[in-house]
Design a protein around this ligand. Structure first.
Ligand code: SAM
Ligand code: SF4
Length: 329
């Protein structure tokens, strides 16, 4: 269905947990972020009920994110059920990749749209500094396993921060020479506790220029499947592609196609807005919470989604008050 700015809303990003096995400082610092009580987290059945209602309003692409989705038990079975839901065209996954080695075989057998792996450094010491945990080899092994199992839609999402990991631009870009993966550079959005850190933003155009100087001309590449705002290029003779997502210097609100569901049942129609609608009473045992019969609750949910889409704001207001790990990026 279209929103009031004529944008087709066909994509829902679902955060299945606010928990994470990493503590990336800009996303989920080790102190000062309260985790949700477990009983507030939607069950898989409840999330599937939201997905059924979403399909009715024209949403047919889904991305599962977190926190870290692979830390939630049963996530593979849930992905399979979502993929098989009537009306669902594409289900993708975003993960930090730490547990990918364990899951790569199962995941590569699912008909997933893409698996996006957040990886901001290839250097072990720096990995520990950024994520709070050791052993980045686990992530790299997980990625290699996916490729070995023949999974073709691997995307590495790299957030570059000035004076933190900007010296690794060329190392990341070179990965596309070696492997048939897509490396996507995402501009850091100064949010939450980091909202004053505009000086950490490395602009997409700066990154492009470093790559072209170091490795040669980037040729525009069309036909990389995805639901988002990335612009894709390829280096000469590379196996994979390079993508650029520029929420800061080139906001894509005019093409926004998505809603978000947080793990505790709030729908957000804009990542960076603090507006949210609580749909939990209509999916969690509705007869107890809202007094409604299941069919009535389902219909109510559909109406709520239509209403949220109609009221989706055109653009965002900045992200001082948002917590990325709760929303899923
Ligand atoms: N844990 C998974 C991961 O790291 O990929 C999924 C959730 S994480 C919130 C999704 C993506 O959001 C990651 O690629 C992460 O780097 C990115 N992210 C988190 N905070 C961000 C920020 N302030 N600006 C840009 N990207 C951010
Ligand atoms: Fe966890 Fe992903 Fe946030 Fe890092 S970016 S803390 S891996 S949710």
């Amino acid at each position: 269905m279209k929103d009031s700015f004529n944008r087709e809303i066909n994509y829902l990003r679902i955060s299945v947990t606010d928990r994470c096995n990493f503590r990336c400082q800009y996303c989920l610092p080790s102190e000062g972020v309260a985790l949700l009580p477990r009983e507030q987290i939607l069950s898989y059945e409840e999330i599937l009920e939201v997905a059924r209602a979403a399909v009715e309003v024209g949403i047919n692409k889904f991305r599962i994110t977190g926190g870290e989705p692979l830390v939630r038990p049963g996530v593979v079975g849930f992905l399979e059920r979502l993929i098989n839901l009537t009306g669902v065209k594409r289900v993708s996954l975003t993960t930090n990749g730490y547990l990918l080695g364990e899951y790569a075989e199962e995941l590569s057998r699912l008909n997933l749209g893409s698996i996006n792996i957040g990886l901001n450094t290839l250097q072990e010491a720096r990995f520990k500094q950024i994520t709070g945990v050791s052993n980045n080899r686990l992530v790299l092994k997980g990625i290699k396993k996916l490729v070995e199992y023949g999974f073709e839609r691997v995307k590495i999402n790299t957030v570059l921060l000035k004076n933190v990991n900007e010296d690794e631009i060329l190392d990341f870009a070179r990965l596309t020479g070696k492997y048939p993966v897509s490396v996507r550079f995402i501009e850091f959005m100064p949010c939450g506790k980091w909202s004053e850190n505009m000086d950490k933003v490395l602009m997409g155009d700066e990154i492009i220029s470093v790559i072209e100087k170091g490795l040669g001309r980037l040729n525009p590449e069309s036909g990389v499947p995805g639901d988002g705002p990335a612009r894709y290029f390829k280096l000469p003779d590379a196996q994979g592609t390079l993508g650029f997502i520029m929420p800061v210097t080139n906001p894509f609100c005019n093409r926004c196609n998505r809603l978000r569901l947080t793990s505790d049942g709030l729908i957000k129609s804009c990542l960076l807005s603090t507006e949210r609608v609580n749909i939990k009473p209509w999916v969690s045992d509705p007869s107890v919470n809202s007094g409604a019969e299941p069919a009535e609750a389902h219909q109510k949910l559909v109406e709520m989604l239509k209403n949220i889409i109609t009221k989706k704001p055109y653009a965002h207001e900045g992200c001082r008050d948002i917590q990325m790990s709760k929303i899923g990026g």
